[in-house]
Design a binder for this molecule. Sequence first.
Ligand SMILES: Cc1cc2nc3c(=O)[nH]c(=O)nc-3n(C[C@H](O)[C@H](O)[C@H](O)COP(=O)(O)O)c2cc1C
Length: 172
Amino acid sequence: MNVLDCIKTRRSIRKYKDKPIPQDIIDKVIKCGQMAPSAHNTQPWAFVVVKDKKKLEKLSQTHQWAPFVKDAQLCIVLCCTKTQEINKSAMHMSVACAAQNMLLAIHNFELGSCWTYVHDLKDSSVEQKVKKILEIPKDIDVICMLPIGYPDQTRSEKEIKSKEEVVHNEKW
Ligand SMILES: Cc1cc2nc3c(=O)[nH]c(=O)nc-3n(C[C@H](O)[C@H](O)[C@H](O)COP(=O)(O)O)c2cc1C
């Protein structure tokens, strides 16, 4: 798929078919995450790949906006390893770049996913639950989850804000 078409047609997919995903596609999706830009090229990401149905079920119960995680073939949990760096937010933003690369790669392979929230600066309760389920060490931050499966829903192209609303020329 052409990269511009991929960006234009990607949507969050929350309904998945019960159809296995070849391992080489999962490997390619992760590699696309690794190709993302990162602050000082620190590549501060780590990926926990979850296929176990019981764990998917537990992850889907970590908050009210995650129920579809249980129906995915697998879920990739994106973590940040460089949590002791001075500019922690740059490390988190780098992991977000990896997530977007992966969402586009997933769509390219005609799979579906949805950024599922975990990290919250004000309330770490969801993150603590995910860390407990997956035995993630204390010094690692969990940023988000990407459940993946073959789409069982079709979504039309998204309506976006007008250019006038979002673009400022030369000054605000
Ligand atoms: C930081 C962030 C957190 C999100 N958290 C959730 C979530 O927990 N559950 C969910 O269903 N969607 C979540 N989403 C997906 C958004 O709802 C979705 O991207 C938005 O509605 C736009 O739709 P689109 O992805 O189809 O373009 C999240 C997206 C972002 C970027």
